[in-house]
Design a protein around this ligand. Structure first.
Ligand SMILES: NC(=O)c1ccc[n+]([C@@H]2O[C@H](COP(=O)([O-])OP(=O)(O)OC[C@H]3O[C@@H](n4cnc5c(N)ncnc54)[C@H](OP(=O)(O)O)[C@@H]3O)[C@@H](O)[C@H]2O)c1
Length: 366
């Protein structure tokens, strides 16, 4: 059984949490940790030189909380903590392994949604250290796997599952992610070989595999990938700067799980930098920004999720609701992950996880 402060001390002491990176997800996670009744923030790693030594409360626009940011990973590995919210720009397997080896559980939006053969070593590392690694988020890690699985319980004889995002990416104020990971503003040829396809394919095919595993579809299903691009026909303004004509301004990625010639599960994202000046012309449709989950069977279901995208792109720059939702999913999972058996654990292994009531509406401490 793994170590956990709260268990050892009879649920009277909060789980000690470290935040790794303070981008959009990291800052929202810090806010969530500070609000969560069962969690204490005890450390923070930052990449940016100008954040080193700063009080983490001030980094998120609150008053000082007495936790200072460091860029020294060794100092983080040495800290006594139960869990790390690992949310840097790109995943570094050595860092994740060191965090696990140092006896800390890890929750992350950057992978490990469903382990594959390639994760065998990380699984061993987690088990040997007696800790748990859990990948979660919104997309992947929510809309594309957890919600289809949860909704499927009300359909029998399912024949097709679809989870799809429709977003205006002008509301996502992460210029590095937009430019260097997602390849917006690149040439179509660059985007076709950019890191996104590989990164996304890793994450979203894990979502597909979770659906196949959880619902009992043929696990030998072939995964087929499709990537469509539209380019700007005029200068388009965005959080990462102006996108020049001829450069990538809209993308659709689609992953299908195919049994024989039948598509049984589909995950897709439609990411547009606005709906104007695109070639080919492209819109999000009359329903606008949204996430959809569809299940065909007895009966069919179609659920549309609203609220994870900002009403206007600029409303999402400081706190994008989808990014906040991602951070909340990470933060709310921490107590469950700290109590789980060691290894890489998915939604199929963990119990039903829930968010927490507003403090004004929770029982008052006696
Ligand atoms: N699964 C999901 O649903 C989901 C949802 C949203 C995002 N994500 C992923 O989560 C990650 C974080 O997203 P975000 O929106 O928080 O991105 P972001 O706002 O760009 O923040 C990334 C942070 O990583 C740190 N960083 C920057 N350059 C780095 C480098 N070269 N090496 C290591 N760290 C670096 C910085 O931290 P400091 O500011 O502390 O220096 C930066 O603020 C991205 O990879 C994104 O794709 C997943």
């Amino acid at each position: 059984m793994q170590r956990s402060t709260a268990q050892v001390e009879g649920d009277t002491v909060a789980y000690r949490v470290i935040q790794w990176a303070t981008g959009g997800v990291g800052r929202a996670a810090i806010e969530g940790i500070l609000r969560h009744p069962d969690l204490d923030l005890v450390g923070c790693w930052v990449h940016s030189a100008d954040k080193v030594g700063r009080d983490v409360g001030e980094i998120v626009g609150q008053g000082p909380i007495g936790v200072l940011a460091t860029d020294d990973p060794e100092a983080v590995y040495a800290l006594d903590a139960d869990c790390v919210v690992y949310a840097p720009l790109m995943p570094d397997k050595r860092e994740v392994a060191r965090l696990l080896e140092s006896g800390k559980n890890v929750v992350t939006p950057l992978g490990w949604f469903r382990p594959t053969e390639a994760d065998a070593r990380m699984e061993t590392t987690a088990r040997d250290a007696g800790v748990t690694l859990h990948g979660t988020g919104i997309d992947p890690g929510g809309i594309t796997d957890l919600f289809p699985l949860a909704l499927s319980v009300m359909t029998s004889a399912a024949t097709f599952v679809r989870a799809e995002e429709f977003s205006d990416m002008r509301g996502y104020n992460a210029p590095d992610v937009l430019r260097w990971v997602m390849c917006f503003g690149a040439t179509p040829d660059e985007a076709k070989v950019g890191p996104m396809l590989k990164m996304l394919t890793g994450g979203f095919t894990q979502s597909l595999r979770l659906i196949l595993d959880g619902m009992g579809f043929d696990p030998t299903a072939e995964i087929r990938t499709d990537h469509q691009i539209a380019v700007a026909t005029a200068m388009i303004d965005s959080p990462m700067g102006v996108i020049e004509p001829g450069r990538v301004a809209a993308q659709r990625f689609q992953w299908d799980a195919v049994v024989g010639e039948t598509t049984v599960a589909r995950v897709a994202v439609n990411w547009l930098i606005g709906e104007e000046d695109l070639d080919p012309a492209w819109t999000l449709g009359d329903a606008g920004e949204r996430f959809e989950v569809e299940i065909k069977g007895d009966p069919d279901q179609l659920v549309t999720f609203k609220g994870f995208q900002a009403a206007r792109p600029e409303d999402g720059w400081d706190r994008n609701p989808g990014i906040v939702a991602t951070a909340n999913h990470l933060v709310n999972s921490i107590p469950y992950v700290c109590r789980a058996e060691p290894g890489i654990k998915t939604y199929l292994d963990l119990p039903l996880m829930a968010g927490r009531a507003h403090p004004d509406l929770a029982p008052k401490p006696s």
